[in-house]
Ligand binder design. Structure first.
Ligand SMILES: [Zn+2]
Length: 489
């Protein structure tokens, strides 16, 4: 009887912005090892038929909320652990690399490239490596060269996360059973796009990603994948990418070429998922709309400091613009600001009785950009423990409830608002640090604007201080012919 295949699983999963002053540390990660790591994967409990006769070897998996660049010692510790556990495991046939693909580590340009290089140095050239990624990740030449299969999500918002990992694992096992190293083709597409322009619910991403099943179904093609890429890191690797893998080199190269050309041809059609404006323009619209009951509550996304994309979560720009409105500060308008992370401010006020007058400095500690920390003078309205944000408070200033949290969090669930005593449907205006509205908020909203506010994940890419991305790249450059060369291995 042939021995079972031996497949290792591990990785580091984070999307981290080099434009955000937040530093991601070990504290921000959830780490799994051993059986807990294997329990992440549905095809292993119970074991799917295709996954039987495989010895699955758990290494370590570390995963964090999007944030700023990762502290080098944190990254090094897990990269070292992955390599050491591979050494302990002995020879393997393959590895599933479970990563996001947009990990920035302070001082390094291609963290996932470094990681896969270290893994190759340990396991050697023979084993197959299959990478399962987020479509907001990047595919450097180093990552492409060292992996035998690479794929990514096909939906944004991402509803096929686990399907993608299973596809990556299944394609790996099948390639190992065929004993045939896949052919690969890569096309880099010189485009930087914000996630809020590339929802696969909307055109042109909907049709572009909609082509994948047809392309993948062709003879000789194993998988086809399109990476939008990550726009908030100033690294040469950041750009769109298409990778096809297959058993036939011509069909594989053709699949990558076709999808790469379609992606590039659609570049001018990507638009924001909601009407946009400056914070003041969005407030003008919201305050003008609240006399129409169907448009309440009016949501405004404070998108430039969205912690769900890597923002620091404490830029005070949008809050400052709200407080400048007399209708809000005098209480005529009922509004919510969700939220700022500031554990010191929470600790300063949270032990006082509800209803106490408070004066507290909030925000601007991690990302001090204009206007920096703000002095809030109001009353303590609520204190709550939140599973994401830790201890949280609401400070009432006129008609505005300002939420302050102990840990970075995104107010994407109505239950999080309710914990601080706010029923969203009783409010006129909700400003939230988010990009596209998550489903519950979208359902609850009467109307919505995406404010192009400043921050570490500014959606208005041409305002970002890029120095190191490869040029030309759309939309920083607009009048050029793209090099859509197909790289094959
Ligand atoms: Zn993503």
């Amino acid at each position: 009887m042939p021995r079972p295949l031996r497949v290792a699983i591990g990785g580091i999963h984070i999307e981290s912005s080099t434009f955000s002053p937040h530093l991601s540390t070990a504290h921000d990660f959830e780490v799994t090892r051993g059986d807990a790591l294997l329990a992440r994967y549905a095809w292993l409990s119970p074991v799917a038929a295709w996954a039987a006769d495989v010895e699955w070897i758990p290494l370590v998996h570390a995963r964090a909320l999007p944030g700023g660049a990762v502290e080098p010692s944190t990254y090094d510790a897990w990269a070292t652990e992955i390599v050491e556990k591979l050494a302990e495991a002995g020879p393997v046939d393959g590895m599933l690399l479970d990563i996001h693909g947009a990990m920035s580590v302070v001082g390094r340009d291609d963290a996932e490239g470094d990681l896969v290089t270290a893994i190759r140095a340990q396991i050697g050239p023979e084993p197959f490596i299959s990478a399962a990624m987020d479509l907001h990740g990047n595919v450097s030449h180093v990552l492409f060269d060292n992996c035998d299969l690479l794929t990514c999500y096909r939906t944004a918002p991402h509803v096929d996360v686990w399907e993608t990992r299973e596809r990556a694992a299944l394609n790996l096992v099948e390639a190992l059973r065929r004993e045939e190293r896949p052919h690969k083709a890569l096309v880099h597409v010189p485009i930087l796009l914000p996630g809020e322009m590339t929802s696969t619910r909307d055109e042109p991403a909907r049709s572009l990603y909609g082509r994948i099943p047809d392309v993948e179904a062709r003879d000789g093609v194993i998988d086809a994948a399109i990476w939008v890429g990550f726009a908030w890191a100033d690294q040469p690797r950041c750009r769109g990418a298409v990778v096809a893998t297959g058993t036939d080199p011509t069909a594989t190269a053709e699949a990558a070429r076709e999808l790469g050309e379609r992606f590039w041809a659609a570049r001018d059609e990507f638009t924001f998922v909601a009407p946009t404006g400056s914070m003041d323009e969005c407030l003008d619209t919201a305050l003008g709309a609240i006399s129409e009951p169907t448009r309440r509550p009016f949501f405004i996304s404070d998108s430039g400091d969205n912690p769900g994309a890597g923002g620091a979560d404490d830029v005070t720009f949008a809050l400052d613009r709200m407080l400048a409105r007399p209708e809000i500060s005098d209480g005529a308008i009922r509004a919510v600001y969700a939220s700022l992370v500031d554990p010191e401010a929470v600790a300063h006020v949270a032990d006082q009785p509800i209803g106490s007058p408070v004066e507290v400095r909030v925000g601007g500690r991690i990302d001090p950009r204009d206007p920096g920390p703000l002095e809030l003078k109001g009353t303590l309205e609520a204190v709550a423990e939140d599973p994401d944000g830790g201890r949280c408070v609401s400070v009432r200033v006129g008609g505005l409830s300002v939420f302050v949290t102990s840990r970075r969090m995104q107010y994407r669930l109505l239950s999080s608002y309710a914990r601080l005593g706010v029923a969203v449907d009783q409010v006129d205006v909700v400003v939230v640090k988010i990009g596209y509205l998550e489903p519950e908020l979208f359902e609850a909203s009467g109307d919505w604007r995406l404010a192009l506010t400043p921050g570490g994940v500014d959606q208005d890419l041409v305002r970002l201080p890029y120095e190191r991305v490869l040029r030309p790249v759309f939309p920083l450059d607009r009048d050029f012919t793209a090099d859509l060369a197909v790289v094959t291995r």
